[in-house]
Design a binder for this molecule. Sequence first.
Ligand SMILES: Cc1cc2nc3c(=O)[nH]c(=O)nc-3n(C[C@H](O)[C@H](O)[C@H](O)COP(=O)(O)OP(=O)(O)OC[C@H]3O[C@@H](n4cnc5c(N)ncnc54)[C@H](O)[C@@H]3O)c2cc1C
Length: 440
Amino acid sequence: MYDAIVIGARCSGASTAMLLARRGHRVLVVDRSSFPSDVISTHFLWPHGMSYLNRWGLLEQVLAVTPAQTEIDVVNDGIRLTGSVPAELLRAYFRDLHGDDSGVVRTYASIRRSVLDQILVQAAAKAGAEVRTNFTVRDLIVEDERVVGIRGRTSDGQLVEERARIVVGADGRNSFVARTLKLPKFDERPRCTFAYWSYYSGFRPETAQLHRRGRLACAVVPTNFEQNMVLVWGPSEWSREFRADVPGNYQRALDFVSPELGELVRAQGTREERIYGTLDQAAFLRPLHGPGWVLVGDAESFKDQCTAIGMTHAFRDAELASAALDRWLSGGATIDEAMASYEGRRRGQDAAAYYDYVCTLAEMRPYRHDELQLFVALRGNQQEIDRFIATHADVAPVSEFFQASNLFLLNDAAKETSAGYPIFEDFAATSRMYQQNLFA
Ligand SMILES: Cc1cc2nc3c(=O)[nH]c(=O)nc-3n(C[C@H](O)[C@H](O)[C@H](O)COP(=O)(O)OP(=O)(O)OC[C@H]3O[C@@H](n4cnc5c(N)ncnc54)[C@H](O)[C@@H]3O)c2cc1C
């Protein structure tokens, strides 16, 4: 009999298992994968994601093999904003959500999942969790309408049964736990992006770059093995045409969104792997907990990749869920109290507003004139650029930055500087041009 069985041993599962084991609980964590291995992800970790690794004592191991930076370039329709997530906002984030602000770092990194997930799995084992890989969960044991364990198959075909006080579903967006319990999805957002990416050697950008033009976007981020992850994305309505010629349209999208990046990749880049892609990123939420089970990570909330937040959210869930479960397992709270505190922190207004922000961005509508005007107004205002980047990364609340009074203040402040507006005298023509499918 375990205290907890965790299904899934990647960002949310290995972390939850590690944190529970460190608090002295008897934990089994299983995964049908073996490690090291990759999973579909472009693996960018914002500074709060890096801070979680630092809080858990794992950051040094990651940084030994992964380049990290602090400043990021965000270029929207040619308007370049360079900044970083401020330390005071990171500290406020950790204090509000977790009650202490230890371990804050301002760096971000792009860590291949074969590297990161292996570090997490090893840390879970080192903390005392029993790790079984190549182990596929085939059934949940339910007694008196409560989940009390799992049945699964080992790599040599043996069927085994294990029991625990709680089963944690950290099993990704197609969660076996959720499907078996027939959990509903809610607030589904079918409109999402298509995303294609690969790995290039031969150049080294100084910072990560995020570019957006019209309905398309691209990014370049240095990653492990002296390579760069180069990603393009666009609205799912254009995916059929994009797929007709993936290598050609990938380069075409880069050239359109950022001619400099397109040229860098063409002239200096050597592609080291195939081009990976996904069309399936419709967002949804699921219930967080029930009798004998709790969900963390993508299993409870899946979102489009366009703000690169899923791994950081998986770490957040691991800290929140393990702290709540620890209070119950140690006798400091009833299970209902523990789960209510997890739910309260996970499903507050800020979380709902950020979910909406990601899902709206994922529709990839061309920026409106007032949105572009905001980017122009930000130029030269470093404090507010940094706050915008922190907001985009879900460190600062979306509702605060985008509230009308703040936008008025930003516009007023811009009038005092040389930034000025309006921008884009040919906005109407540009906007029409952006509606056309580049790949048709
Ligand atoms: C195209 C794309 C790009 C992305 N880019 C980023 C990014 O740049 N930054 C970012 O933060 N996030 C990104 N994400 C999101 C991120 O990858 C996920 O949010 C993250 O992987 C969620 O972690 P998880 O541990 O909850 O689930 P997963 O990583 O999906 O892990 C679930 C694990 O559960 C195991 N499992 C499932 N069912 C069973 C079973 N029955 N028995 C045993 N094991 C089982 C699986 O084998 C798997 O290892 C991206 C996602 C996509 C699709």
